[in-house]
Design a protein around this ligand. Structure first.
Ligand SMILES: Nc1nc2c(c(=O)[nH]1)N[C@H]1C(S)=C(S)[C@@H](COP(=O)(O)OP(=O)(O)OC[C@H]3O[C@@H](n4cnc5c(=O)[nH]c(N)nc54)[C@H](O)[C@@H]3O)O[C@H]1N2
Ligand SMILES: Nc1nc2c(c(=O)[nH]1)N[C@H]1C(S)=C(S)[C@@H](COP(=O)(O)OP(=O)(O)OC[C@H]3O[C@@H](n4cnc5c(=O)[nH]c(N)nc54)[C@H](O)[C@@H]3O)O[C@H]1N2
Ligand code: SF4
Ligand SMILES: [Mo]
Length: 861
């Protein structure tokens, strides 16, 4: 079988992968040693991509009004719908909402169609929820959306500040590179994050700052560097334009605002003053904030003023989340940019229109994501096309988005998966090729353009997104602009656009690739546009060539009503990706966190009368959801943390997206997902229970449920107030053994067929339920006796592993802790030697390090 080199489907690290097909829908996956992003490393998500490429759940045929149709009918229906809406209500009555999971070629044609041919700016991307604030900060400071760093800077720095980034979980291979560099050169690490994450745990200094106090911290640091004569006067004089009054820096009490001690601040200031080679890596703790753009500029101000930019091992480094978030920024996927890093001046619009030879050009920026869905809600937008994103889950105030989609006359959704929370609202569903099938380019966090290559046959009728968009464009009458034979042709056109009348005005210029042959495109090696350090020359894309310091002020947040005394922070788990449409297919990845947890400080667990391990209702001004309580002092006292991943397909009650408000940054329009006034109260259902099943069980009718995949089937957690008898219908067919005691509120049933356990249900009023792991294993093993099955445990008890930490080798927390104690292990390597844990992808190494730390720490002795 043919080996194919491609790029990972998931995060913005952009790791290279070598795939070797092992069957029609299966492949061996390993890291590409020659790829400069990862040099062979892969994290847990990349490692287990092979578990996600079967056809389960795939959307394989176009559907119009739930009826399967051929492509021609579907494409014509989309074209007619958009054309009629535009004819009647004008170009701004339609919109595209796209995604950083599209390839650059897909993105390019979608943007060209909307801005150049339909003539509206109404194309925005889920990157609006992701790094729009970093883009705005770059534009304000550099005159262009240019990331000044590359990964090698992390290896050449002496100090790395991680601001609002859980790197160990969300950019694990960058994390592994940082850890390797620390080992070699003793790089100091400061983590600025309200939570003590596994990333923070490994830092030399963790600053658990109050949510959204980052601007005060960085202004404070800048003020301190000025007073210590640590600014770079020469760099400032030559390369930076300083607005009048800039140095009248604000004088808030940093320790008080950030809720840090003066000793913590002094340690931070000293470290920074002592260590010129500094990279500040920032992610969603910066961007997803109502002051996200100011946070970005506070960071950039500091780097400009101290001359720590454009040099090896120094710079402000915003990292992207999705595999092609950066590509979308380049081709104009954001409503606030035109294309190829151009804005909306008359000259730029004219330039784009002439390049595209298009009939029209949008008059200005379009609606940004939140405004776009509000315009759908109030009827200004009457037709929307959603591609490669799941806004019914991932937008803030997601229930409002659902109401908007439900009321919209035309909703088109292109996705790989048939049933998502968003396709539920589609009038037309279009089957897209997914990872492993599609072909094109992506740009990672360091501006590296890599090829994604297909290695699987296109399943069913699924087609590339660029093809779908182009075919609709042709049917709307624009045959000439959209007759592309392949992705390579689109890439050539995009490359040409970056150079068209550029004349050095914009750093993004890959026009040397505008004549690349199909064969060379197929063989194209990963390359960095702008080189390793695009701002090294000290020339910026502003009219006077100088960077800008941007005055920013800390904005105290109104704490809201007394009803919501806590702050809700939301984010990611190590082994799940967004709305779980892919990672949710992997039994391995589903082991790490089987349920959505609300993490709460122990004091608040006591104050709010919560039950650690029980269920709780989190409520905000937008709605409420149920989560399992995890008491932990990794949280600050007033903060709650919940994961963004669960949906209506995977849970009842545990959905996070409906909780955050629409509040957004005034410059970038990015919503503040991480700081929503909230409260929590215990939720005591009449009964709790769980189900294991070989076949995928139907969606249960009860208040709370979550459904995850296991090695041989499914595990469903259940809780509710209604009569539990109805749950029996969730069990598959077969011989059913059953015990129930309605007085004690116990119901247990096990179904066996063909000598094999098919499913088992356990319900209890008092919470007395057996552990899950043994029953989960029984779905794959020889049948245990009915007595054992109904007891939920074997006659000879099995050791309880605890939650799985290492998903590559299935090693649980209890096993690791017991081995650390029994063999007095002191290093991650020693644990690896004893148990294999952490020796494959390495994603669990921070967790093992944390356990070693806990064992050493006298507080736990
Ligand atoms: N496993 C996994 N990895 C992923 C993804 C995934 O879904 N799963 N998604 C990818 C995508 S698209 C993205 S955008 C990235 C996101 O990557 P990250 O930004 O690292 O992830 P988050 O968990 O969203 O948030 C990061 C941290 O910001 C902290 N934070 C919250 N509020 C503040 C604040 O006011 N100040 C500071 N300084 N910090 C704060 C949170 O406590 C959290 O630990 O991850 C990418 N990688
Ligand atoms: N509460 C809260 N909400 C958040 C965040 C948060 O931290 N907290 N983070 C935000 C961020 S940073 C992001 S990036 C978003 C992510 O949120 P979403 O973009 O909504 O999440 P995904 O699950 O990645 O959705 C991608 C969809 O595209 C489909 N898909 C995958 N590949 C392709 C393809 O090639 N073509 C097509 N047509 N479809 C494809 C998948 O099946 C899936 O349905 O969530 C945002 N929402
Ligand atoms: S760090 Fe992990 S998820 Fe991100 S690109 Fe690499 S293998 Fe994929
Ligand atoms: Mo993101």
């Amino acid at each position: 079988m043919r080996r194919v080199k491609t790029t990972c489907a998931y995060c913005g690290v952009g790791c290279g992968i070598v795939t070797t097909p092992t069957g029609e829908r299966s492949a061996k996956i390993r890291g590409d040693e020659s790829h400069p992003a990862n040099f062979g490393r892969l994290c847990s998500k990349g490692t287990h991509l092979g578990e996600t490429i079967a056809l389960e759940g795939r959307l394989l045929h176009p559907e119009v009004g739930s009826r399967q149709v051929g492509w021609d009918a579907a494409l014509q229906a989309v074209a007619d719908g958009f054309k009629a809406t535009i004819a009647q209500h004008g170009p701004d009555s339609v919109a595209f909402y796209v995604s950083g999971q599209l390839l650059t070629e897909d993105y390019y044609v979608a943007n060209k169609l909307m801005k150049g041919f339909i003539g509206s700016g109404n194309i925005d991307t889920n990157s609006r929820l992701c790094m729009a604030s970093a883009v705005a900060a770059h534009n304000r400071a550099f005159g262009e959306d240019v990331v000044p760093c590359s990964y090698s800077d992390l290896e050449e720095a002496d100090l790395i500040l991680l601001l609002g980034s859980n790197t160990a979980w969300c950019h694990p291979v960058i994390w592994q590179r940082i850890e390797a560099a620390r080992e070699q050169r003793g790089t100091k690490l400061v983590v600025i994050d309200p939570r003590r994450t596994e990333t923070a745990e490994r830092a030399d200094l963790h600053l658990p700052i109050a949510p959204d106090s980052d601007v005060a911290l960085f202004n404070g640091l800048l003020r301190e560097m000025k007073s210590r004569w640590q600014l770079d006067g020469a760099y400032l004089a030559q390369h930076v334009s300083v607005p009048e009054g800039f140095w009248e820096l604000e004088t808030v009490d940093v320790a008080k605002v950030c809720e840090l001690s003066q000793a913590q601040l002094d340690a931070f200031y000293d470290l920074f003053a002592e260590t010129p080679r500094t990279v500040t890596l920032f992610s969603q703790g910066a961007n997803q904030s109502v002051s996200g753009t100011d946070k970005g500029n506070a960071i950039i101000n500091l780097h400009l003023a101290t001359g720590r930019i454009g040099k090896p091992g120094a710079g402000p480094f915003s990292i992207t989340g999705q595999p092609n978030a950066m590509g979308g920024r380049e081709v104009g996927g954001l409503a606030s940019m035109l294309a190829a890093h151009m804005g909306f001046s008359d000259a730029e619009r004219d330039c784009a229109q002439r390049f595209w030879q298009s009939p029209t050009i949008c008059p200005g920026p379009g609606l940004k994501a939140v405004d776009m869905f509000n315009a759908v809600a109030d009827g200004r937008i009457k037709a929307i096309w959603v591609m490669a994103t799941n806004p019914a889950v991932s937008m803030p105030d997601a229930n409002a988005v659902r109401a908007a989609l439900a009321a919209c006359p035309l909703v088109v959704v292109s996705d790989c998966i048939g049933d998502t929370d968003t396709t539920a609202f589609a009038h037309i569903k279009l089957p897209a090729l997914g990872w492993g099938e599609k072909d094109g380019t992506v740009t990672n966090s360091e501006r590296r353009i890599s090829r994604q290559r297909g290695f699987l046959e296109a399943p069913g009728d699924a087609k590339p997104d660029w093809w779908i968009v182009s075919e609709v464009a042709k049917r709307m009458g624009w045959v000439d602009g959209f007759s592309y034979p392949n992705a390579a042709a689109i890439f050539r056109e995009y490359a040409a656009q970056t150079g068209f009348e550029n004349g050095g005005a914009r750093l993004l210029d890959i026009s040397d690739k505008d004549g690349i042959s199909d064969a060379d495109y197929d063989a194209m090696q990963p390359f960095l546009w702008g080189g390793t350090s695009p701002l090294a020359s000290g020339r910026f894309s502003t009219p006077d060539g100088k960077a800008r310091l941007v005055p920013v002020r800390y904005q105290a947040r109104d704490d809201g009503a007394l009803d919501y005394p806590l702050r809700l922070n939301t984010g990611r788990y190590r082994d799940q990706w967004h709305t779980m449409t892919r990672t949710g297919l992997s039994p391995k990845l589903s082991q790490h966190r089987r349920e959505p947890l609300v993490e709460v400080h122990p004091d608040m667990v006591a104050r709010f009368g919560l039950d650690d391990g029980g269920l709780a209702m989190v409520e905000t001004g937008q709605g409420k959801s149920v989560f399992r309580v995890a008491s932990t002092d990794n949280q600050r006292r007033r903060d709650l943390f919940v994961p963004m991943h669960w949906t209506d397909q995977t849970s009842g009650g545990g959905r996070t997206g409906l909780l955050p408000a629409q509040d957004r940054d005034p410059v970038s329009g990015q919503p503040g997902f991480k700081n929503t006034p909230a409260t929590v109260r215990t939720w005591l259902p009449r009964w709790t229970g769980f189900l294991v099943s070989r076949a995928m069980p139907a969606i249960p009718a009860c208040t709370y449920w979550t459904r995850v995949r296991t090695a041989h089937g499914w595990l469903v957690e259940l809780a509710g107030d209604s009569e539990p008898d109805a749950l029996l219908s969730l069990l598959p067919a077969g011989d059913r053994a059953e015990v129930s005691d309605s007085k004690r509120g116990i119901m247990r049933a096990a179904v066996v067929a063909g000598g094999q356990l098919q499913g088992a249900l356990f319900v209890a009023r008092d919470g007395g339920l057996p552990p899950r792991d043994w029953l989960v294993d029984q779905l794959g093993g020889e049948k245990a006796s009915s007595l054992e099955l109904l007891a939920g445990r074997p006659v000879t008890p099995q050791a309880d592993q605890g939650p799985i930490v290492c998903v590559c080798f299935d090693v649980g927390m209890k096993t690791i802790l017991e081995t650390i104690r029994a063999e007095t292990l002191t290093s991650v390597e020693a644990v690896g030697a004893a148990l294999n844990a952490g020796t494959n992808c390495g994603s669990c190494r921070p967790a093992i390090a944390r356990m070693l730390e806990t064992e050493r720490s006298p507080a736990y002795a």
